[in-house]
Design a binder for this molecule. Structure first.
Ligand code: CYC
Length: 195
């Protein structure tokens, strides 16, 4: 194995409860205080190693607005990340912070999101993930957009820049106009990663 395909380090870094509180205090008009909590699912959940993700406003942790399952697969020369949505998300609100409920999630409760797979590459000190192509469709307030994203995870922080663009003009329709979200790790679940 090389750094390039080192899923164990990647998933251990991502398995945590992240907050952008400092950024939200410094720049309130542009950044809300958001929490991103990613917790390992049991090792045999899918073929790849999986993290359950809950994203919420800090003041409404019990009402997360994005629930996903991230599946990491090690290929010969890179890491592939498949994004999955939950069929009935509300059933699992709070599961990222409650391991018993987390273990109730079944493979049948999720669906892979077509066109939303990402390539993750080692930089020498961090991993950078990027969407493959323009095929990850997001309907934003009635408008068709595609996801343009980049995230970077290292030993001490998570940067994320998710934006939606117009399929014809490539203009930005949604997402930050003030650079990436900058998250620091409040808690780590690295010891729950079994690879
Ligand atoms: C959308 N973010 C998306 C989509 C994918 C990702 C696949 C489009 C489809 C959908 O899920 O609705 C995926 N973004 C990722 C992944 C990471 C990432 C795997 C690594 C953690 O950064 N999303 C985040 C950020 C956050 C964010 C931490 C900044 C606050 O994970 C925002 N992503 C965000 C928003 C959308 C989106 C606002 C638009 C769709 C929506 O409203 O849910």
């Amino acid at each position: 194995m090389t750094h390039t395909t080192d899923i164990s380090t990647l998933v251990r870094w991502m398995a945590g409860d992240f907050s952008n509180q400092a950024q939200a205090i410094d720049n309130p008009p542009f950044f809300a205080h958001i929490r991103v909590c990613m917790r390992p699912l049991p090792a045999d959940f899918l073929t790849g190693t999986c993290l359950f993700l809950e994203q919420a406003y800090d003041f409404a942790l019990d009402q997360p607005y994005r629930l996903r399952v991230l599946e990491f697969l090690s290929l010969e020369d890179k890491i592939l990340l498949h994004n999955h949505s939950l069929k009935e998300g509300e059933r699992f609100f709070g599961a990222a912070r409650n391991r018993e409920r987390l273990c109730e999630i079944q493979p049948d409760d999720i669906v892979e999101m077509p066109g939303c797979s990402m390539d993750v590459e080692w930089t020498g000190h961090s991993f950078i993930g990027r969407i493959q192509g323009k095929g990850c469709k997001v309907n934003w307030k009635g408008q068709d957009t595609y996801l343009d994203n980049e995230f970077e995870i290292s030993a001490d922080r998570l940067l994320s820049l998710d934006r939606g663009r117009d399929p014809v003009t490539d203009e930005r329709v949604w997402g930050s106009i003030a650079g990436p979200f900058q998250f620091s790790r409040r808690a780590s679940f690295a010891d729950e990663v079994s690879i």
